[in-house]
Design a protein around this ligand. Structure first.
Ligand code: DGJ
Length: 726
């Protein structure tokens, strides 16, 4: 609910309140964000004092207690007295880098705003409201519209800014954040999700220290290294207690999430497109729209914050062609064959798969052009007839005849130098004149800022998609951007290329979605190099990591779970010893870990013995049985893989609390292990539950006294328990 009174803007959600206020000088102050309160003017919390070296705006005359440097700002400016991180920075036509924004007006609208060409949360009727607050620099007439989307039922507040040049001279935007959020004190922990290729999104929690601490990406993608989802929380916050804030950027390109602990022990979070490499010229009348940022505050710990994210992402962000239906269990041939496959091998895999209850065969990299290794072929999106003699026209009906659907892998943003596409259009790859390009995985990046480049790739892939009945597409992207220079953009606008690339990517994804509404697109960037809410708007599931080792996956999926629901997390059972780590793990464990995500297989089914096949068939059946619970249940982290309890556990609990699926994986074994009583979360204290492992227990008993897990001998053992209310 949005309440406006005397230029005080109060946004209430079910459990939280957010407030900002335009003061007598027209400065938009941030006055509160936290547990829901009744309202009123919360600016009484802001104290005014004469602070040395904190300057005072011209219009306050001799008053020394009013300074932008000491006031909590809603969208911080640059060069006019606030020395903390700016949300906006711009170079004006006279060369000055000054932006002074003052309140102009506001508007409240029913429904949720949309952002043209950019991903954004959306709302069904009555689910959300929009507030637009307009600020302007009176000298240059640079105008900023701050958008707030309030999803009351999800405790979700979305923000974006539209920056419009209403002046007569061009302005160069140097920084345009999506979000600025000031906190009255800095005794907060900063939680980020960091890693590397094959080890993404590891949970990292550190107390704030004085100065700026930031994470981000300058790779042109949101990256494996840092995720555009961060948290701030009170030092004592845990799963069930304490104030915590989650902030996510709906953006798949380079980003920055910076927190400053200021001289007066206040904190500021600024999040947006990476300012590094960013410079956007706004001619008179032109506008720039930032990507959307989203916020969830939880007054009582991480679990309920996670539930808000998961529900909102599932219902108000992902556009799932399988809406209301179960997505298929798939087998992907990548780790089974790599590039070495042909129609016969694929049919063999599909035949084995059908017997296990698997429903979709995904043909991964290597089916097109001269793609026999990762040194060539990208860009030539036509079927390699020596591998697949009759083309997809012949192969797909064969697979369907076995009872499976068919999906295929593409990497539309890339080109190999050894390809017909590159030979015809070498200038279509990003790269500055006179410089040798930097290769990544021996490939170059296509200039997706250019319409003709996107059109050519789009038409070629469309032709393949139309050639047969294809219901799934894996959209991969296997390198970071470098040599970012576009032949189609003038020199003074090259600072726009990174962002225009992402806009081009989104435009192309949207085109595929519209043209093939039944097509399930799975995002991928060497696994989880572009695992973000921006991609999830177009691709409702994303391959979580190129690391399929179940034990490493515990850490990766744990970090991923804070913001991203299980139905978005691509996870497969692969071979043991694992292809990436050479670690052996029991098949039961691999299955249970993959059921923490979208569940599928990625191994040579022809090399699996009968006993293992029986286990796999049971896993497939179990996953189908528990699908709703996994895909739509509330997710509870019961034990962290980063802790020292020696096991990792999690649970999916149905929203009505009548069912739960509890999963537990132990670490490396040791002698004389202590007995384990697993304390559950999220059950109904007043209900009794029958546990598949044996026994019937009251909900409060399971949550406080715990469930006696039978002794599990050996490394990385797993157990899965199904609980049903009696
Ligand atoms: C990286 C992906 O993450 C893998 O699953 C596989 O599709 C390869 N690319 C293919 O090149």
């Amino acid at each position: 609910m949005i309440h406006v009174d005397n230029n005080i803007f109060t946004l209430h959600t079910r459990r939280t309140t957010y407030q900002c206020k335009a003061d007598g000088h027209g400065v938009l102050l941030h006055t509160y964000y936290g547990a829901r309160v009744s309202g009123g003017d919360l600016s009484y919390r802001i104290r005014h004092a004469d602070r040395g070296f904190s300057p005072n705006p011209g219009e306050v005359g001799r008053c020394r207690t009013y300074s932008l440097d000491t006031l909590p700002q809603e969208y911080s400016t640059c060069g006019v007295g606030d020395y903390r991180i700016p949300a906006i920075a711009a170079e004006n036509a006279d060369g000055s880098q000054l932006v002074d924004l003052r309140f102009q007006g506001y508007e409240v609208r029913q429904g949720k705003y949309a952002l043209e060409g950019l991903p954004a949360f959306f709302a069904g009727g009555g689910e959300a409201e929009t507030l637009v607050v307009t600020l302007q620099d009176s000298t240059t007439r640079l105008t900023v519209e701050l958008y707030y989307g309030v999803f009351e039922g999800y405790d979700l507040i979305c923000r974006a800014a539209r920056i419009i040049n209403r002046g007569t001279q061009p302005v160069r935007l140097l920084r345009a954040a999506s979000l600025c959020l000031d906190f009255p004190q800095d005794n907060l922990d900063f939680i980020t999700f960091d890693g590397r290729h094959t080890m993404e999104r590891e949970f990292c929690r550190t107390p704030l220290r004085p100065g700026v601490q930031s994470i981000g990406s300058v790779r042109g993608t949101s990256s494996h290294q840092h995720n555009p989802f961060v948290m701030l929380c009170s030092p004592s916050a845990d799963e069930d207690h304490g104030l915590c804030f989650g902030a996510a950027l709906l953006y798949s390109g380079g980003f920055e999430a910076a927190v400053e602990s200021s001289q007066f022990r206040e904190a500021r979070l600024v999040m947006g497109v990476a300012p590094h490499h960013f410079c956007w010229t706004l001619g008179p009348g032109e506008a720039f729209t930032t990507p959307e940022a989203a916020l969830v505050c939880s007054p009582d710990g991480f679990a309920s914050m996670t539930h808000c994210w998961h529900r909102a992402v599932r219902r108000c962000l992902c556009r799932d062609p399988y809406e209301g239906r179960r997505r298929p269990v798939l087998v992907n041939n990548w780790e089974a064959t790599y590039f070495d496959f042909n129609a016969e091998k694929l049919v063999g895999i599909a035949r084995e798969a059908a017997a296990l209850g698997i429903e979709l065969l995904v043909m991964d990299d290597g089916w097109f052009g001269s793609r026999d290794s990762d040194f060539g072929g990208l860009g030539d999106w036509s079927v390699n007839r020596s591998k697949l003699p009759g083309g997809l026209e012949a192969l797909v009906p064969q697979i369907q005849g076995l009872g499976l659907g068919f999906g295929l892998w593409v990497e539309p943003e890339m080109v190999s130098e050894d390809s017909a596409l590159y030979r015809a259009h070498p200038d279509w790859a990003l790269g500055a004149p006179g410089r040798p390009q930097t290769r990544g995985r021996s490939q170059l990046v296509l200039d997706f800022t250019r319409r003709e480049v996107r059109d050519a790739v789009y038409s070629a892939i469309c032709e393949v998609l139309r050639s047969a009945d294809i219901c799934y597409m894996k959209w991969d992207m296997n390198r970071s951007l470098s040599d970012v220079w576009s032949a189609a953009i003038p020199a003074q606008r090259q600072g726009e290329v990174y962002h225009r690339y992402v806009l081009g990517l989104y435009e192309m994804l949207e085109r595929f979605r519209r043209e093939f509404p039944g097509l399930l697109i799975e995002g991928c960037s060497g696994g989880g190099g572009r695992f973000d809410l921006g991609m999830l708007y177009y691709t409702p599931q994303i391959w979580c990591s190129d690391n399929t080792d179940a034990v490493d996956r515990l850490r990766i999926q744990y970090g991923t779970s804070f913001c991203y629901p299980s139905c978005t997390v691509g996870a497969h059972v692969s071979a043991s010893p694992n292809e990436q780590t050479r670690r052996a793990a029991p098949l039961e464990t691999r299955g249970i870990v993959a059921m923490g995500g979208t569940f599928g297989f990625e191994l040579d089914l022809g090399r699996v013995d009968e006993q293992e096949k029986a286990v796999m068939a049971k896993q497939t059946a179990d996953y189908k049985k528990y699908y709703r619970l996994i895909a739509e249940g509330d997710y509870y982290r019961l034990s962290s893989p980063f802790g020292d309890e020696g096991y990792t556990a999690w649970a999916h609990v149905s929203p009505d609390r009548t069912e739960a699926l509890v999963s537990l994986v132990t670490g490396p074994t040791r002698a004389a292990l202590p007995f384990l009583c697993l304390r559950l979360r999220g059950l109904d204290a007043g209900k009794r539950y029958r546990v598949s492992g044996g026994g019937s227990y009251a909900g409060d008993v399971l949550m406080h006294a715990g469930y006696p897990v039978p002794p599990l001998a050996g490394d990385y053992q797993a157990v899965q328990l199904y609980l049903a209310a009696e």
